[in-house]
Design a protein around this ligand. Structure first.
Ligand SMILES: Cc1cc2nc3c(=O)[nH]c(=O)nc-3n(C[C@H](O)[C@H](O)[C@H](O)COP(=O)(O)O)c2cc1C
Length: 320
């Protein structure tokens, strides 16, 4: 797949998820195989005020393209932010037009932009003129079920110079639950000639196959389906793009232990121990004894003890 001048191997992507898709998580996903990684959203105002925040978004040790996602509503600030991030080594810039969080919508960014398509056009044009790397827009199906205007937004984004689109096919009012509209993805795909990546509720390989077949989208973006299952994008790549079968004969304890140690290096010990708790919950989901494992690791502050719990709990279980 190609987005602008960016050549990608396959077309299965890891979604941006604030508080989750930090460099350690991205590296774990990348270790299995993925076509590209999105950073969680970055406030354009914060970057323009203090570039040093970018250190936390480091692209280091990534072997696949990293798309930096920016959020905001001021065309000039968004353009300046995109320029700074381009210089920082981003493979591409993505504009967030889908976040429903109150603070983001309250300040006019994220999905609030879907209610002002004139402003959408000005933001895309301004960012386009500021950078030479590819530019994408991630949107929802619309503000609510009565205004499903993703196709209109898509046309404007393409006209103003976007190179690709991601459609999370739920409206703002559906937030993160409920069915996704394949029909909306299909409509977007039919009205633009730039690549369209479908997103929403892909939790199994079969979901990705149905989305691809029924919408004709060019790529798939995986979100929560990869939590505790960072190999999911790879499995979809095998099914959709015929990637060679990966040797998954890895003990799960090794994968979780690696993630744990990388997180502690990245976040510092105390923050890392706490930040990893949710991942340990996801990795252990559905396994026998998971409740007891969680009650131990959610209260333990000593990383050596947690690593021992991890080794004992996952034991000889292999990555599926
Ligand atoms: C905890 C969390 C944080 C998220 N953060 C972002 C974000 O920073 N930027 C963004 O565009 N979408 C964000 N999303 C939305 C996801 O990228 C994705 O569009 C959504 O989860 C739907 O995909 P899924 O059903 O496969 O999870 C977030 C979702 C979750 C659950």
């Amino acid at each position: 797949m190609r987005i602008g001048n960016l050549e990608l191997d396959g077309a299965v992507f890891m979604a941006p998820m604030a508080g989750i898709t930090d460099p350690p998580f991205r590296r774990i996903v990348q270790g299995f195989g993925v076509s590209g990684l999105w950073t969680e959203m970055i406030s354009s105002h914060a970057i323009v005020r203090a570039h040093k925040i970018l250190a936390t978004m480091n692209t280091g040790e990534h072997t696949v393209p990293v798309v930096f996602q920016i959020v905001g509503k001021d065309p000039e600030v968004m353009a300046e932010c995109a320029r700074i991030i381009q210089d920082h080594g981003a493979a591409a810039i993505d504009i967030n037009m889908g976040c429903p969080a109150r603070q983001v919508v309250g300040s006019g960014g994220g999905v609030a932009l879907m209610r002002d398509l004139g402003l959408v056009g000005r933001i895309v044009r301004s960012v386009r003129n500021a950078i030479s790397i590819p530019l994408t827009v991630k949107m929802r199906s619309g503000w609510d079920e009565k205004s499903l205007n993703a196709p209109e937004l898509a046309r404007i984004a393409e006209q103003e110079g976007a190179d690709g689109l991601v459609v999370h096919a739920r409206s703002r009012s559906a937030c993160h639950s409920g069915p996704v509209s394949f029909d909306l993805i299909r409509q977007v795909k039919a009205c633009v000639s730039i690549p369209v990546i479908g997103n929403g509720a892909v939790t199994e390989v079969g979901d990705a196959l149905s989305m691809a077949q029924e919408t004709d989208c060019d790529g798939i973006m995986v979100g929560r389906g990869a939590l505790g299952r960072p190999w999911l994008p790879r499995k979809i790549l095998e099914a959709l793009f015929g990637w060679m079968s990966y040797n998954t004969q890895k003990p799960l304890s090794e994968v979780v232990g690696l993630h744990y140690e990388d997180q502690l290096k990245w976040s510092g010990v105390l923050r890392g121990v706490r930040r990893m708790r949710k991942h340990l919950g996801w990795y252990s989901k559905g396994m026998v004894g998971a409740a007891e494992f969680r009650s131990r690791v959610f209260t333990e502050e000593n990383p050596e003890s947690v690593l021992t719990f991890i080794a004992n709990f996952f034991g000889k279980v292999m990555v599926p």
